[in-house]
Design a protein around this ligand. Structure first.
Ligand SMILES: [Zn+2]
Length: 319
């Protein structure tokens, strides 16, 4: 993925820069210390032939982790957190079993940065991550398990349907229009879980699922995107979306919202944007696009796309 090798210069805070890419890997072999453990830091995993070190293995960076994918596939884990910081970890295994890792961090956006930023209807920054759907996925909703008691099954389903409609149609709050063909639909309810454990993207199954689950730390939402190499953009095979059920106060209507409560539909729309291939809008900006790395308490603006979100979607799924 060309994009990833560019992003890899934005490495773990406080850690040596990750020099991702299979080209650097051929001289490296699995050291005994790595062979004995089940989880390795991103900078250790990068460039190693970990398939020869015994499975399973997980790559960890900051607050998120990814189970090393099968040869020929990759997984992106993208989390958004309550403080506005986020982490974006991609682990890809090439056909020979060599693992490449990309870590991208965002610090929380400050109030002055936000105030100085271009408005969401004028910021046309394109933010894609080198992957897209070619097939048409069905996202299943887990309506029953770990759902917070203040959200009925019908409300949860309705929020997802509304969020998906925004992504599918590129609904924006700016009076812009684009002719889009975003593949996919929301399917019937399921009891299948998203392939996540805490903040780890675990081994994927055959389903793309939207559910609630226990995310760790201050993580609001996590999306795991499974992809394989494809000419042009790599091909998304599966995408799971999870919202945190552990201690989160979710709201369905931002009116009168105070305190540390978060708009479920805004976070869902943001995560579904990741599920179709959108990345974060800015590295360290302060704008207020749906795909901004920051979703602040009580903020519902991410429910509808801004200019850059729509431009990005159009670049992937022009009709
Ligand atoms: Zn995000």
């Amino acid at each position: 993925m060309k994009l990833l090798s560019l992003l890899s210069v934005i490495a773990l805070t406080g850690a040596p820069a990750v020099t991702a890419g299979p080209s650097a890997a051929s001289a490296l072999t699995c050291p005994p210390a790595v062979a004995k453990v089940t989880a390795v830091a991103a900078e250790v995993a990068d460039g190693l032939d970990l398939t020869s070190c015994g499975a399973p293995k997980t790559v960890v960076a900051d607050d998120i982790a990814v189970a090393i994918p099968a040869p020929g596939t990759g997984v992106m884990a993208i989390g958004v957190q309550t403080d506005g910081s986020d982490a974006h970890l991609t682990v890809q295994t090439d056909a020979e079993g060599v693992v490449s890792v990309t870590v991208e961090d965002h610090a929380a956006v400050t109030a002055p940065q936000r105030a100085a930023a271009v408005s969401r209807c004028k910021d046309n920054a394109v933010h894609v991550q080198g992957v897209k759907w070619y097939a048409s996925p069905t996202y299943r909703i887990n309506t029953s398990e770990r759902r917070p008691s203040n959200l009925s099954s019908a409300t949860w389903t309705n929020l997802i349907t509304q969020s998906w409609s925004t992504v599918k149609n590129g609904t924006d709050g700016c009076g812009l229009t684009r002719a889009l063909a975003v593949p996919g639909r929301i399917g019937a309810a399921t009891t299948v879980d998203a392939n996540m454990s805490g903040n780890t993207c675990t081994k994927p199954d055959a389903h793309s699922v939207i559910d609630f689950g226990n995310l760790t730390g201050s993580t609001l939402g996590l999306t795991c995107v499974v992809f394989k190499t494809h000419s042009g953009h790599d091909e998304i095979l599966r995408a799971d979306v999870r919202l945190d059920s552990s201690s989160r106060a979710w709201i369905t209507n931002p009116k009168g919202c105070t305190g540390s409560r978060f708009d479920a539909r805004s976070v869902l729309t943001h995560e579904l944007g990741h599920a179709v291939g959108l990345a974060h809008a800015v590295e360290r900006g302060g704008n207020d696009l749906t795909m901004s790395p920051q979703i602040t308490a009580c903020n519902a603006s991410a429910r509808l796309f801004g200019a850059g979100d729509l431009t990005s979607l159009y670049s992937l799924y022009k009709k």
